[in-house]
Ligand binder design. Structure first.
Ligand code: PMM
Length: 299
């Protein structure tokens, strides 16, 4: 039985780029694995993220770090559902990060208001139908294959054009399965079958993803391309994942300035400020463009 007795919630939107706080209920996620495996701690952490300014809290039970092996559906349900339930009871807006239709359905039944599927519906043939049936917003992330082998799939002619084309195909597939186009959110899938330079190229070309008219979600938080950028200049050792939050906030500001709908981050406080900076810059830019076009049309 869905938590939504009448209408499912519309796509959340804010007067700036939103902040999605991450709660990984996993033993093995790359930067916070094992920290929030206990449901009570995970709920407390998610509510703390909401208090720090997360507009929505994303709960995932299966690690997608490069090389990760899959867990069973039962285990994923066991990890995710009590946390979704606790966060909803605590008043947070919750999304569920899952590639499984059964987990998505169960999480929506507990009150999750968005399905974040890193495979964009490709990993589970039932997912798009479940997303359509529940009527909640659905993330179509660019994805080429499961984490176990995805590093071998980072082969592009032109990464921005290829990602846009493949995401476009996946949007068509989920819309054909009944998902309302107004509920589709797109995501470039930074770090998923991407080299470090692919991630930078995708960020530089993020405007291309807006051509579908769908909101854009950016997930750069603590990812490898930031660790490599900030590597120790002597040893070349990548900056540890937990020390990449300032760089993540910088990406959040840039994504907001480019018009992203939301950023998905571990450290909410830094990005909550950063998206305000980026969104204010974007608004100032829009005002300046309006003023320029008013001058041109008055001549
Ligand atoms: N990245 C991760 C997990 N889920 N979801 C979306 N929509 N976009 C992402 O970039 C994304 C994601 C991997 O990061 P994590 O293991 O720290 O959660």
């Amino acid at each position: 039985m869905s938590a939504y007795k009448t209408m499912p919630p519309a796509l959340p939107s804010w007067d700036r780029c939103g902040v999605m706080g991450i709660v990984n209920v996993t033993p093995d996620s790359f930067s916070d694995g094992g920290l929030w495996l206990d449901a009570g701690r995970a709920v407390a952490h998610g509510l703390e993220l909401a208090a720090q300014g997360a507009d929505i809290v994303d709960v995932g039970g299966e690690s997608t770090r490069p090389g990760a092996t899959r867990i069973t559906c039962e285990e994923e349900l066991r990890r995710v559902l009590p946390v979704v339930r606790g966060l909803v009871a605590g008043g947070a807006l919750v999304s569920v990060d899952t590639m499984r239709a059964q987990v998505a359905q169960a999480a929506v039944d507990e009150g999750a208001c968005l399905i974040n599927d890193v495979s964009g519906g490709r990993a589970d043939g039932e997912m798009a139908r479940v997303a359509a049936k529940t009527g909640v917003p659905f993330v179509v992330m660019h994805w080429r294959g499961h984490s176990g082998g995805m590093d071998g799939l980072a082969d592009y002619q032109d990464v921005s054009a290829d990602v846009v084309r493949e995401v476009g195909r996946q949007i068509d597939a989920v819309v054909s399965a009944g998902v309302d186009i107004d509920n589709v959110i797109v995501d470039p899938g930074l770090g998923f079958a991407k080299s470090r330079s692919d991630d930078w190229d995708l960020l530089a070309g993020i405007d291309a993803l807006t051509q579908f008219g769908c909101p854009v979600l950016v997930g750069a938080s603590r990812k490898r391309f930031l660790g490599t950028l900030l590597a120790d200049p002597c040893s070349g050792t990548p900056r540890p994942a937990r020390e990449r939050d300032a760089a993540t906030a910088a990406v959040s500001a840039l994504a907001a300035a480019r018009g992203a709908w939301a950023v998905r981050v571990h450290d909410v406080a830094g990005s909550a400020d950063a998206v305000r900076v980026g969104s204010a810059l974007r608004e100032a830019d829009e005002r300046a463009q309006l003023a320029r076009s008013a001058v041109v049309s008055s001549h």
